[in-house]
Write a protein that binds this ligand. Structure first.
Ligand code: NCD
Ligand code: ZN
Length: 345
């Protein structure tokens, strides 16, 4: 437990784990990947929804190699994109190669999910194998839009929760992470399910409601930010310091041209400002004491990983968020945060 006072001006915690980040490939990866460490993160779980998606051990290891080439000081944990051709043999090889998780996107719910799952239970054999191999299943928990069933972006997450419960009942030992929870209903569901079910929380879902993305594409992501009651449920669970809820930023950069257009792509870019943003939010919630556990303990316990080596120091000095990084506009661009991470000397 850290000794906090109202006058606290510096904060040193272990390097953080970000259990959900999009690092893209090519030029975008070269822009984004070095910024992970600037945001205070030493280890991250890399999402596989590049184009084409990362579906084989070979591709995951190649991807990891290319990321390490850009940022040799980082630890990259890799994931495989759940698809019909994922064999038991490939999963065994994945576990041996240290690939920690399988990512499931229901088809059509978000960026590059057109190769995703249409019927979860069609992948029952994969889930059983993952359960036996000790791999984690990360789920984007939304039902695709369906006007006949009344499913839209505001209720898509809540409508997914019965599927989560069914999955957990069928595979009680399978570790499942419900990614980027955005509703009070999801917080309650995860809290009530067994210890093998956890959730990631993003910085932006702690801060936004539907008002904020209605006229600003840089606040638009999937799942969309919802009501203030939903946002408050996320705030309450991190204030409580519940060990099944930990950081996954879902930082998802898109070029300006793909944001300022008729159909903006979903995704919010928080990577370079991540820990200052969360520190400010937790300070406002009067739970800065919980920062280290939220960003560096609970997640790695769930993923059964050793602590990160190294620490990150935050200072309570103003941090002016740049208008852009390359052609990516970050979350909170042009505003000033209360906390910053001094660059290493
Ligand atoms: C992500 C992306 O752009 O890759 N977008 C998002 O809004 N979160 C995909 C995802 O995680 O849903
Ligand atoms: Zn994501």
């Amino acid at each position: 437990m850290m000794n906090m006072t109202e006058t606290q001006t510096t904060l040193t915690i272990p390097l953080a784990d970000d259990f959900h980040v999009h690092l893209r490939d090519g030029d975008l990866a070269r822009t984004v990947t070095p910024l992970v460490r600037s945001g205070g993160v030493g280890r991250c779980l890399v999402m596989p929804n590049v184009n084409p998606p990362i579906q084989t051990v070979h591709d995951a290891l190649e991807y990891k190699r290319s990321l390490l080439h850009i940022a040799p000081d980082m630890t990259f944990l890799m994931t495989l994109y759940l698809h019909e051709g994922l064999t038991h043999n490939e999963l065994e090889r994945a576990a041996e190669a240290g690939i920690v998780a399988i990512k499931c996107y229901p088809r059509g719910v978000t960026t590059n999910s057109e190769h995703g799952a249409t019927d979860l239970m069609a992948h029952a054999d994969t889930f059983a194998a993952a359960e036996n191999l000790g791999m984690v299943l990360c789920i984007h928990g939304e039902i695709p839009n369906d006007t006949e069933r009344g499913i839209d972006i505001m209720n898509a997450e809540e409508a997914f929760l019965p599927e989560l419960k069914r999955l957990h009942t069928t595979f009680p030992k399978l570790r499942i992470v419900l990614e980027h929870v955005s509703t009070a209903a999801a917080v309650n569901a995860v809290r009530e399910l067994g210890d093998s079910v956890a959730a990631t929380i993003t910085a932006h879902h702690l801060l936004l409601t539907a008002e904020d993305w209605a006229n600003n594409p840089y606040n638009f992501c999937k799942p969309v930010a919802k009501t203030s009651a939903d946002r408050d449920a996320l705030r309450a669970i991190i204030k409580e310091g519940h060990p099944k809820f930990f950081l996954g930023s879902d930082s998802a950069p898109h070029r300006q041209a793909h944001k300022e257009c008729e159909h903006p792509k979903p995704g919010i870019f928080t990577t370079p400002i991540l820990l200052p943003l969360i520190a400010q939010c937790m300070e406002e919630l009067d739970c800065l004491d919980n920062l280290a556990e939220f960003v560096a303990t609970f997640g790695r316990h769930f993923y059964r990983l050793a602590p990160n080596k190294g620490t990150v120091k935050l200072e309570r000095t103003p941090f002016h968020v740049p208008d852009r990084y390359g052609d990516i506009v970050p979350f909170a661009a042009g505003t000033t945060l209360n906390w910053s991470i001094p660059s290493p000397r």
